[in-house]
Design a protein around this ligand. Structure first.
Ligand code: ACM
Length: 548
């Protein structure tokens, strides 16, 4: 090891903040070309990840030599919490222990952070680089079991490689649920073999609104794309290797114009000529919703059959948000259905629709989750709720004994602009800063302990109406996802007592990691010149965003 180590105190660099770090009297050690890796039973996947990722960054091969003292030992220790871990860098061998393979994996993430930002590169800067490690013991476990990120690939498609990259970025932040928003009015992104027009027709739109809904600008070129079954299998496997569960969302009965454009019989044909519909080219909430007919139910059972084959997750998201009901109010078919079922109104019709899939999924050993609108007209028996319009829906659901994921738009909708000023690129909505996200509390006051246990966790949502490429997604998502990850993982004090200055200090180390990862984050000083896209679209929009 050469020279003075450049590390600052390790507990002032780790993000998300761990529960406990003991640093042994400013001691340092190092990895070198001889450092081996021993994967004890159940940790083979973590060893694969370490060799592929940290191995590539450092140029170290980590040979499988359990006989060497100079080695890293990966092991599952049943005494630790399931996702908890202990990293011990002291006398050799170094140890990464977890309560499960997931715990070992999160420990490996911390180990990578301890190696410094260059451990986040794709390849070493120099062949003779030192890989110093502070001599620490880190003990840690997550606050929540659901630490999610929603990515909307419907409004703007993200090719498979971009999705895999986002799974890597999630793993680096110890996030473990990828909410894959696959369908919307503006595009259908998953191949369904029995319904080829969902990809032939519904996955492409002729043009796109550029900017928010009120913008006068259009991007006059087709936009689209979709994931084949093989793509999905690859994404799910890649996520699983990183201990991330992929929760697919097929949004029904609203947000379905793309599907109706492909299969007009899915729409309210007694109200409008659905054969004239196209995949929507604007943002907002479309009036075109699914018809509440048996044939629509059968169609979507067919969709979900293929979805269940591809996604092993316990939860399947069925959307349920922003379902406009004017067409149902005008539809004889819908009115007849309401009467036949003895329902009070269209809200109860939506509940019936969602309830059908709740029972259908339960019969197949899965659980339904939907946006908080599914509370209106009565919540289906086993349903869980993604609380997005504030805390209210989540509170009501938790009090009624339903599980909840807290994702209120007031805090964790990362499409909202993150600073005032005219040079934020294509801004949308109200300002939500890094500090606002850092001070987000997923468990609202007023819930009893029993009720609070229904808060499975939290997720940040990235809606992509104004994010036409991956660089824009990066800009909106980072650095705020780092603050969000700490909220989801670490046991932080009450919002007002959180040490945001300390977090910002640790962010200096984290920005270097994001640089090494090639993330086009929003710098603390504001957008870089190439990130600015001012002009008519650069004006802030005050108040709630008009374009969802
Ligand atoms: C949503 O933002 N419509 C869930």
């Amino acid at each position: 090891m050469s020279g003075t180590p450049e590390f600052v105190e390790p507990d002032k660099t780790l993000i998300p903040a761990p529960s406990r770090v003991v640093w042994n009297a400013a001691g340092y050690t190092s990895l070198d070309g001889e450092t081996a890796l021993e994967a004890r039973p159940g940790t083979e996947g973590v060893a694969r990840w370490l060799r592929a990722t940290v191995g590539a960054a450092t140029g170290l091969a980590f040979p499988d030599r359990p006989d060497r003292l100079n080695r890293i030992v990966l092991s599952i220790e049943p005494g630790l919490p399931p996702e908890g871990y202990r990293v011990v860098v002291d006398d050799r061998p170094f140890r990464i222990e977890g309560g499960s393979a997931a715990g070992v994996f999160w420990g490996a993430q911390t180990f990578r952070q301890l190696l410094g930002p260059d451990a986040f590169r794709r390849a070493p800067l120099r062949p003779d680089q030192d890989w110093d490690l502070p001599e620490v013991t880190v003990e840690d476990s997550p606050r929540f079991g659901w630490r999610g990120l929603l990515l909307d690939v419907a409004r703007h498609f993200m090719p498979k490689e971009g999705v895999l990259r986002y799974l890597d970025l999630m793993a680096a932040h110890k996030l473990n649920v990828f909410h894959f928003h696959l369908t919307d009015d503006q595009g259908w992104r998953i191949e369904i073999e029995r319904y080829p027009k969902l990809t032939e027709t519904a996955s492409w739109r002729a043009r796109s609104k550029f900017g928010h809904r009120a913008s006068p600008l259009w991007e006059e070129k087709p936009h689209g794309g979709y994931y084949t079954h093989d793509d999905i299998r690859e994404i799910v496997a890649y996520a699983a290797e990183r201990h991330i569960t992929v929760v697919p969302e097929i949004d029904v009965p609203g947000h379905s114009q793309a599907a109706i454009a492909a299969y007009p019989e899915l729409g309210n044909t007694d109200v409008i000529d659905t054969t004239a519909l196209t995949v929507w080219d604007n943002w907002g909430i479309s009036a075109n919703v699914l018809a509440p007919t048996d044939s629509t139910l059968r169609f979507y059972e067919g969709v979900f059959e293929e979805v269940l084959e591809l996604f092993p997750s316990q939860f399947i998201h069925v959307g349920g948000d922003e379902c406009r009901k004017e067409q149902w109010a005008d539809s004889v078919t819908a009115k007849t259905r309401i009467a036949d079922l003895g329902l009070a109104d269209e809200d109860e019709l939506q509940s019936w629709f969602i309830g059908h899939f709740d029972a259908w999924l339960a019969a197949r050993g899965r659980r339904l989750i939907g946006w908080d609108e599914i509370l209106e007209g009565g919540l289906a028996e086993g349903a869980a709720v993604s609380s997005w319009r504030g805390y209210g829906g989540g509170i009501a659901a938790a009090r009624a004994g339903h599980d909840v994921v807290m994702c209120p738009e007031q805090y964790v909708y990362l499409d909202h602009r993150q600073a005032p000023g005219e040079d934020e690129p294509v801004p949308i909505g109200f300002v939500r800063t890094l500090e606002d996200v850092y001070r987000f509390e997923p468990v609202p006051e007023g819930l009893t302990e029993d009720e609070a246990r229904h808060v499975l966790g939290t997720q940040a949502n990235v809606w992509t109406e104004v994010m036409e490429d991956t660089a824009r997604v990066d800009y909106q998502t980072f650095p705020r996802l780092a603050a969000f990850a700490e909220v989801a993982w670490s046991r932080l004090p009450a919002p007002a007592e959180r040490d945001f200055a300390g977090f910002e200090h640790r962010m200096t180390a984290h920005y270097a990691r994001l640089d090494a990862l090639g993330v086009a984050y929003r710098p603390p000083t504001g957008p870089r010149p190439w990130q600015k896209r001012p002009g008519v679209l650069g004006r802030p929009i005050e108040g709630p965003p008009p374009n969802r």
